[in-house]
Design a protein around this ligand. Structure first.
Ligand SMILES: NC(=O)C1=CN([C@@H]2O[C@H](COP(=O)(O)OP(=O)(O)OC[C@H]3O[C@@H](n4cnc5c(N)ncnc54)[C@H](O)[C@@H]3O)[C@@H](O)[C@H]2O)C=CC1
Ligand SMILES: O=P(O)(O)OC[C@H]1O[C@](O)(CO)[C@@H](O)[C@@H]1O
Length: 381
């Protein structure tokens, strides 16, 4: 069995590639990073290290790579693959769509078997977004055939993999915990199961619980940690004030999740504590600059801050800590990040109120908008 996985980065090597290799797939990474591609091609293996006290390691074998910049090479790999997965970043999906579309066109012409394409990104409906990009590039007759033979099940992926600082560019340190959940209702009826993946009939509660707990909590810790002068999540979360605000934000999203999905409150409280424990992991060093990266994506209407804050407001739950997190995002000034530069320029040129509306889509007369402005003033003070 052969899997083509787009993105040989932290999640690609440290999570998806590892599980696919363990499950018996030959994993062909497609990446645009020449060093990663040539190292994977020549060595055909790499090491994953667990961030536990024992620093357990596992060698991932049966892997190789192709140049993601070469559309023909990518298309040939997709045309003959048994599975396609991605972990490139949700904003990059449109850039990998041409190779996938060309590969699908080839495999349909060859009469190849049905294919699952699973986007493992931090987003609601990641695979559905990829499908839109890919299908927009297909000829009408191919699109009609692809509708019944190429499946794009949505997924939720959870494993903390920080930026890596090792001499070996392939070595990757990961937290012990992982969860990969795939929407079975969007798959072929006789699909193969990957060991380690949880298949569910309704992904919504899983992806929303993950995104609005792990990712909301993590980015609130990053933004408030940054404002308080901390460089890592571990040091930020050790601060009483920061951790109280992160917990506050998770109580707000938790109240929304309990109402929306009927989760048991006590179970959800345990889930929150478990997530906070993962953030603290002393065997990991995770920079606030990584966890807060791409603030425009994180402030977008469907993502981890705005969506639960507006849902909270609708339910009569006060989203004060989420508003504080959004205000802190507006103060996140890691200038190597192009989204930070754009946000700071917008704040400078248009003013904070207009910039918040531009990126969150929250109208200026909405009470949550007012809360963000008030929390920004609190941070100034
Ligand atoms: N790092 C983490 O802890 C987690 C990350 N995620 C999600 O996984 C995705 C990837 O994140 P990371 O692995 O952290 O990022 P990363 O930056 O380490 O990896 C992304 C990889 O994609 C490659 N890439 C960029 N453009 C490409 C293209 N056109 N074709 C092929 N490869 C391309 C990059 O060269 C890089 O190697 C993101 O959507 C992120 O939100 C999800 C859960 C955890
Ligand atoms: O910031 P992004 O790209 O959404 O993804 C990284 C996030 O995903 C996580 O790995 C959680 O699954 C956290 O480490 C981090 O908050």
């Amino acid at each position: 069995m052969r899997a083509v996985h787009f993105g040989a980065g932290n999640i690609g090597r440290g999570f998806i590639g590892l599980l696919l290799s363990r499950a018996g797939y030959e994993v062909i990474f497609s990446d645009v990073n020449d060093t990663l591609v040539s190292e994977l091609r020549s060595r055909k293996q790499y090491t994953v290290e667990l961030a536990n006290d024992a620093k357990d390691t596992e060698i991932v074998t049966n892997v190789t790579a192709i140049d993601g910049k070469n559309v023909d090479e990518v298309a040939s790999a997709v045309a003959t693959a048994d599975l396609v997965t991605t972990a490139v970043g949700v904003n990059i999906l449109k850039h990998i769509a041409p190779g996938i579309a060309k590969g699908i066109t080839q495999r349909i012409a060859d009469g190849a078997s049905p294919l699952h394409v699973i986007a493992c990104e931090n987003a609601i409906g990641g695979s559905a977004q990829l499908k839109e990009h890919v299908f927009a590039l297909l000829e009408e007759d191919v699109r009609a055939k692809a509708e019944t033979s190429i499946y794009f099940p949505n997924a939720a992926v959870d494993r903390i993999v920080p930026i890596q600082h090792h001499e070996d560019p392939l070595h990757v340190q990961v937290e012990p915990f992982y969860e990969w959940v795939v929407d079975r209702s969007q798959m072929a009826p006789d699909h193969a199961e990957i060991e380690g993946v949880l298949y569910v009939d309704n992904l919504e509660p899983y992806i929303e619980r993950k995104l609005f707990t792990v990712n909301t909590g993590h980015c609130v810790a990053a933004y408030l940690g940054y404002v308080a002068g901390f460089e890592t999540i571990q040091s930020a979360i050790a601060d009483e004030k920061v951790v109280a605000s992160v917990r506050g934000a998770l109580e707000e999203t938790g109240a929304v999740l309990v109402k929306r999905f009927g989760f048991d409150q006590a179970e959800h409280d345990k889930y929150i504590n478990k997530i906070l424990g993962r953030f603290i992991n002393p065997n990991l060093t995770d920079e606030v600059s990584r966890v807060g990266r791409s603030p425009l994506r994180k402030l977008s209407p469907n993502d981890r801050l705005v969506r639960p804050a507006l849902q909270a407001y609708e339910y009569g739950i006060n989203p004060d800590h989420l508003a504080l997190g959004m205000a802190a995002a507006c103060k996140f000034n890691v200038t190597e990040d192009p989204e930070v530069v754009e946000l700071q320029e917008a704040i400078h040129n248009e003013g904070l109120a207009a910039a918040i509306t531009r990126y969150t889509s929250i109208p200026q007369d909405h009470p949550v908008h007012r809360q963000i402005l008030e929390q920004y003033e609190t941070l100034n003070a």
